[in-house]
Design a protein around this ligand. Structure first.
Ligand SMILES: [Fe+2]
Length: 433
């Protein structure tokens, strides 16, 4: 386990290094009021690692106690961080390097069992996931920055044969297990495992594509309040929304998008991304459908009708590989629908993990029997707030930071995250052909 943890720590650091391989001005500037300067994320990654792995697990003295407050996400809003006396890029790099050395020493000495924080390396898994989550946030900052491209990656693969992007799958009625009590690095909000009984429903086999979404845009979906909730319409009007973020239309009516500094035609067979929950919900109403609840999403992803079991991943219990899902920033965009047949769930639902986070029609609440661990600011303080659940991870989510039980949440107006959605519908008995 020590080797595996060390490899995961190294992988996350490689990614953080790539994402902060910019000149000092680019690292220290605020690319959007929605985001921190990249240099804040970098030192914050080190600060959390110091707190949990060096001080707590390692039992060592603080390296830089005077900077704790600067990198406490709860003391300073993202938009105010640029005004703080932050470590400069060179200092931040040196700091995270020193922390890492001491964290590896702690890894060498921890029994990796015993008290809950160290059992099966939980604290190390938590810090790996934390760094990867900030890497995805930094990737979103890259998408928001103006100027030419600085990141590069090959395009994802294409499906062997065209698929019907509107295909649906029937999920049978009955109980299944939601969440986990067994996954060693699952976070507190994924616990405990519990049974949920759902009526039968239908769910799209693929996330909604740009092509399907364009029909909604061109049919005047953004101009008709009937498709929107009251809060959604207020958001649409206040922000002047007319299409997904980063889309534009030329004089000839063709759709273009800006993606990590490159202007390109919108690929119609890719899942739509950079839409808010409100836009997703309006699309669903226009299409005569609805968004899945969080429990429905998880059943579509995990339930195996042959055994009655819930799997770790849609394809089974094995860790994700490049054949299963578009994860880990291997590509800088979602893959066309149908590109990952090996990653489909038993029920035949594709691309649940990777590509785009999927908005669910569920607020952010604890599971029955929830126990906060190891600190309330991980998830507990957000329960019941103005948040909507997202599932499945995106092309920018590392495999170490995603599972079919993993739960994410954000404000329903957010569009800079790599979020899309898929549709669901009630299954009416007698119409199930
Ligand atoms: Fe954080």
């Amino acid at each position: 386990m020590r080797e595996r943890v060390a490899a995961l720590l190294a992988r996350s650091r490689d990614r953080s290094t790539t994402l902060t391989d910019l000149d000092d001005a680019e690292l220290s500037t605020q690319h959007s009021p929605l985001m921190s300067p990249l240099v804040w994320d970098l030192a914050h990654i080190g600060s959390q690692e110091e707190l949990w792995l060096v001080r707590d697990v390692g039992g060592r003295e603080p390296l830089r106690p005077e900077i704790d407050g600067l990198y406490d996400a709860f003391q300073h809003s993202r938009s105010s961080r640029v005004g703080l006396p932050l470590l400069g890029p060179a200092e931040a790099r040196q700091y995270v390097g020193e922390v890492r050395e001491k964290a590896l020493d702690a890894l060498h000495r921890s029994p990796l069992r015993g008290r809950p924080l160290e059992h099966e390396g939980f604290a190390f898994g938590m810090i790996v996931q934390h760094e990867q989550q900030h890497d995805e946030t930094m990737l979103a900052t890259h998408q928001l920055r103006s100027g030419g491209p600085v990141l590069d990656a090959p395009a994802p693969g294409r499906p062997a044969a065209p698929v019907d992007p509107a295909a649906q799958v029937l999920v049978p009625a009955g109980p299944f297990e939601v969440g986990t009590s067994a996954e060693p690095w699952a976070l507190d909000n994924e616990r405990p495992a519990h049974t949920v009984d759902l009526p039968a429903f239908r769910i799209d086999a693929y996330p909604v594509t740009n092509g399907r979404y364009r029909e909604f845009v061109e049919a005047g979906g953004y101009d008709d309040p009937r498709f929107w909730t009251e809060a959604g319409w207020a958001h649409r009007v206040a922000e002047g929304l007319t299409a997904p973020r980063f889309w534009s239309r030329d004089a000839g009516g063709a759709w273009w998008r800006r993606r990590f500094g490159v202007l390109e035609r919108v690929p119609m067979d890719e899942p739509v991304v950079h839409v808010s929950f409100h836009e997703a919900r309006a699309f669903a109403t226009w299409a005569g459908r609805r968004l899945p609840t969080e429990a429905e999403w998880e059943k579509a992803a995990r339930f195996d009708p042959a055994t009655g079991r819930s799997r770790r991943f849609p394809w089974g219990d094995d860790e994700p590989t490049a054949a299963h899902a578009n994860l880990g920033q291997r590509h800088l965009q979602p893959a066309p629908v149908g590109a990952y047949p090996a990653g489909a769930s038993v029920l035949g639902v594709h691309q649940l993990l990777g590509d785009v986070w999927e908005w669910c029609d569920s607020g952010w609440h604890p599971y029955p029997g929830f126990r906060m661990f190891p600190y309330p600011e991980y998830s507990e303080v957000f329960f019941g707030g103005d948040y909507t659940v997202l599932r499945g991870g995106s092309f920018g989510t590392d495999p170490a930071a995603i599972r079919a039980t993993f739960r994410n949440w954000d404000h329903p107006v957010r569009r800079q995250i790599f979020a899309g959605f898929r549709l669901a519908a009630d299954a009416h008995p007698g119409h199930d052909h």
